[in-house]
Design a protein around this ligand. Structure first.
Ligand code: GLY
Ligand code: MN
Ligand code: MN
Length: 441
């Protein structure tokens, strides 16, 4: 049994049963679908890639704790819509102890669930499945517990699975390193390819072509390719403007590799050379990024790291003449929000904004400490609106973010995206055809 599933079986215990559904295909329009994306919780536990499946996990069933309901083999459907593992493949290739066609799920419910104290199931995600389970529960209760023993405690398994997802295994870290390597290489290629007169769409194409050519399934989120003032729009995804000499280009793009996300941002000059004002803003963001990366280690907390980014960026804003006053007061008034309005980073894993709680106690003043095995992004930025009359004119329309992916270890951290250059000189050398000096791993 897959390690993730084994841990889950041990965690829920023998008086429980769990129902974990796969995702369904989503209609894009009329009779076409969006590219299928598996539900990450289901994928984490089972590794099964197909839509419409349901995993039933019953630790008390020593012989067959893991039953997988799947789409059955069907030559006609497979000719039209693609191969299926079917019940044979679910057992043979995907480690299910037992597999049944999905059509059998409803009629098997009572047999599977009766006699268990607890049911692990998340209501509110899959409407059809919710109805089937509710109908089973009300039907069994109707029998007044004389002849039926439905579970009487229903638990949302999400917190449990998300805690597991938050702490990466060595195998997961290897996949995340590969995802990070593909993305880092694509960013280097983007820097080497960018020239004035090109379009943002072409840089997007270069990056995503590289992803697909190197084993990634595609992007882990829609790429953000923002030239000039487009970089001041946090989730700019139009990616269709010409790139101008003298402007910066912000590229925020990550690969989706065997389920795992990477998430890198680099900001570089379209011409290959930073102007003086651009460099002033850039070096402030870079120093903050390095400080926050350093602070991503055991003993520190998510909240402390964010507060560090606010303090250092507020100092930087004062240095640039964007804000005036005492740092403490500016922070209290949240004056920094005008130029730095997002968090300094997030968990990363199967999802780009990955599973796991940041605060484990709703009343706690501080958030949870970093632990070995967590992977987080570090991504401070400064965004100066093009029409900001209060900003010195030389800085207006500059948007800079620098983002790396970091694994917390027992004795520090590993920057998974360290091979992607971020020192201004390194970037300039790379863009002007010279090898970057310290493309460290
Ligand atoms: N690209 C999304 C993010 O950086 O959070
Ligand atoms: Mn990003
Ligand atoms: Mn991010």
């Amino acid at each position: 049994m897959r390690k993730q599933l084994k841990n889950f079986v041990e965690a829920i215990g023998t008086d429980a049963i769990a129902i974990i559904p796969a995702a369904h295909e989503v209609t894009r329009s009329y009779d076409t679908e969006f590219k299928f994306h598996q539900d990450p919780d289901f994928y984490y536990l089972t590794g099964f890639p197909e839509p419409d499946a349901i995993a039933v996990i019953a630790p008390s069933n020593k012989k067959n704790p893991y039953t997988l309901f799947v789409r059955p083999r069907d030559p006609l459907m497979e000719t039209w819509y693609g191969r299926r593992e079917g019940v044979e493949g679910a057992v043979k290739n995907h480690g299910a102890d037992k597999a049944l066609p999905i059509e059998k799920f409803e009629s098997e419910l009572a047999k599977m669930l009766d006699g268990h104290e607890k049911l692990y199931y998340r209501f509110g995600v899959d409407n059809k499945l919710d109805q089937q389970i509710l109908q089973y529960l009300s039907g069994q209760r109707f029998k007044r517990l004389k002849t039926a023993y439905p579970p009487h405690t229903i638990i949302d398994p999400t917190i449990l699975i998300h805690e597991m997802r938050l702490h990466k295994t060595d195998g997961e870290v290897k996949l995340m390193q590969k995802s990070a390597d593909i993305a880092a290489e694509a960013h280097v290629l983007a820097m080497q390819s960018t020239k004035p007169g090109m379009n943002e769409s072409q840089i997007e194409a270069i990056i995503e072509h590289y992803f697909r050519m190197n084993g990634a399934a595609g992007v882990s989120y829609n790429s953000i390719i923002g030239g000039g003032a487009n970089a001041t729009i946090l989730h700019y995804v139009e990616n269709n403007a010409p790139l101008k000499d003298g402007d910066l280009l912000l590229v925020d793009a990550g690969a989706h590799y065997k389920g795992y996300a990477s998430d890198i941002t680099r900001t570089f000059p379209v011409s290959g050379k930073f102007t003086k004002p651009q460099r002033e803003v850039y070096d402030i963001v870079l120093d903050v990024e390095i400080a926050c990366l350093e602070a991503t280690k055991k003993g520190n907390t998510v909240k402390q790291r964010h507060e560090l980014s606010i303090e250092l960026l507020t100092e930087g804003m004062k240095q640039l003449g964007l804000l005036k006053g005492k740092t403490k007061d500016l922070i209290k008034k949240k004056a920094f929000m005008k130029y730095y309005m997002h968090g300094v980073g997030h968990y990363l894993g199967l999802d780009v904004h990955d599973a796991g709680r940041y605060f484990t106690d709703p009343k706690a003043k501080n958030s949870r400490p970093f632990e070995a095995g967590m992977v987080l992004t570090v991504e401070p930025g400064l965004y100066i609106p093009p029409d900001d009359k209060n900003a010195p004119s030389k800085y207006r329309g500059i948007g800079i973010r620098i983002e790396d992916d970091v694994l917390v270890t027992e004795d520090g951290n590993v920057n998974l995206t360290a091979s992607c250059p971020k020192q201004a000189e390194e970037i300039e050398e790379l863009m002007n055809g010279r090898q970057a000096k310290s493309g460290k791993k």
